[in-house]
Design a protein around this ligand. Structure first.
Ligand code: NAP
Length: 284
């Protein structure tokens, strides 16, 4: 029940109509008996400064931030957590008595789900990442900080892969590899991560890499969670490789935001069940 004491958190994005975050968080709040509510705010880019001022003036406890505001919000905040600074994007803001602090839980959510679900040792991983966009940046920076052995980045726009590789090189040996040489990047890799949008609903028949390049020594991870099992993951499963879907990243980035706002453990399994139920019912 919403009362005069209810604390408000929400999502700033544009558009926000398909987001699973409100139902995931509101179910968690209700089942945990906490007096919070999560609302999706559709904020046009030119209105972002006013929306951020609104967090302060209305006393929201915090927000998630999604496309297209993850980078643009940085100069509007009072403090940026070091990992979010390295990633160069914020997806979670907490309002600490009027002081707005920005975090990025995407990469940490990804790594937490990867390790929990596949039980791999990060220090042993030779990682090949397909894509070099915003999500790739969050995942690669976090994997680099967690001490993987090596990262290779294969991306359609070579300069973008090169820039990300240079950014990571102080932390972990990283190279940009041309898509034409993808076979060289994958043959001795242990972890293949698709961070491109290839294979996402409604283009569910597309693959970001030729199936012939996959091998059973790989863990194949896809950031896409709609569909839950992409064509890439189906092909990987077929040849006996271990697979990891993007739903865990989504749930855990949300759980970490919950923990930042409430300073309490999040009901991660309930959040996962809620999102899975929505996706299985055709929500996208
Ligand atoms: P983004 O910044 O727009 O990056 C998209 C990436 O995909 C770029 O590397 C782009 O290559 C590549 N790409 C797109 N279409 C391509 C095509 N036809 N051929 C070759 N490369 C192509 O997007 P993002 O925010 O990083 O999101 C990427 C994916 O991750 C999306 O599917 C998104 O749903 C998913 N994601 C999942 C979660 C989660 O919680 N599970 C969180 C965030 C994102 P260029 O650089 O050459 O354009």
């Amino acid at each position: 029940m919403i009362t005069s004491k209810t604390k408000v958190v929400g999502l700033l994005g544009h558009p926000v109509g398909h987001s699973q975050s409100p139902i995931m968080h509101n179910t968690a709040f209700r089942e945990n008996n906490v007096n919070y509510v999560y609302v999706a705010f559709d904020v046009a880019p030119e209105k972002l400064p006013e929306a951020v001022a609104g967090i302060r003036s209305l006393g929201l406890r915090g927000v998630n931030v999604t496309i297209p505001h993850k980078v643009a919000i940085i100069p509007l905040l009072d403090e940026i957590d070091p990992l979010a600074k390295r990633i160069g994007a914020v997806n979670t803001v907490v309002n600490d008595n009027g002081r707005l602090i920005g975090y990025n839980t995407d990469g940490t959510g990804y790594v937490r789900s990867l390790v929990n679900e596949t039980k791999i040792e990060l220090a042993d991983q030779v990682v090949t990442m397909l894509g070099a966009g915003g999500a790739a940046r969050a995942v690669a920076c976090t994997l680099a900080e967690e001490g993987v052995k090596e990262i290779r980045i294969v991306n359609r726009s070579r300069e973008k892969a090169q820039r990300l590789a240079e950014h990571l090189n102080g932390l972990v040996p990283t190279r940009a590899i041309d898509p034409a040489d993808a076979h060289l990047a994958v043959s001795d890799a242990t972890l293949l991560i698709n961070t491109t949008s290839i294979g996402m609903y409604p283009q569910v028949d597309e693959m970001p890499i030729a199936a012939e390049l996959l091998h059973p020594r790989l863990v194949v991870s896809d950031l896409i969670y709609n569909p839950l099992e992409t064509k890439l993951l189906q092909a990987a499963k077929k040849i006996g490789a271990k697979t990891h879907s993007g739903v865990g990243m989504f749930v855990n980035q949300g759980a970490l935001a919950y923990e930042i706002w409430l300073e309490a453990d999040a009901p991660v399994e309930l959040m996962r069940e809620t999102v899975l139920k929505q996706l299985q019912q055709g929500g996208n």
